[in-house]
Design a protein around this ligand. Sequence first.
Ligand code: AMP
Ligand code: ZN
Length: 122
Amino acid sequence: MTDPKHDPDCLFCKIARGQIPSRKVYEDDEILGFHDIHPWAPVHFLLIPKAHIPSLAQVTDADAPVLGRMLAMAPRLALQEGCNPYPDGGHRVIINTGREGGQEVHHLHVHVIGGPRPWLKG
Ligand code: AMP
Ligand code: ZN
């Protein structure tokens, strides 16, 4: 088992390392998926790289494979978690980046949000 680089003060690093519990939807060596604690919609989960990357603003070419995998798995996990199929169903994929971008937790994460409307927001 690898030990990805982490920030001991980071909430999502603690979740990635199992130090804070989460409701998992997916896990492999480099990616964790878990339900958002304050869901906007019937389906709302987050995908994170286990390695600490503060935001999309710090991403380099070396991170492209893990980012690509996170995006590629989002639709399959969305269906697994209860989103309806494209095109009448579907889901939103959001990466908030920086304060003005609405980012509150500074460990890169992809929101996957969907399910039958109405939603709380979004
Ligand atoms: P953002 O505003 O893009 O940084 O989103 C951070 C998200 O993390 C919010 O939707 C929060 O509800 C969610 N969140 C915060 N703490 C936890 C936690 N302990 N477990 C799951 N989701 C969390
Ligand atoms: Zn982190």
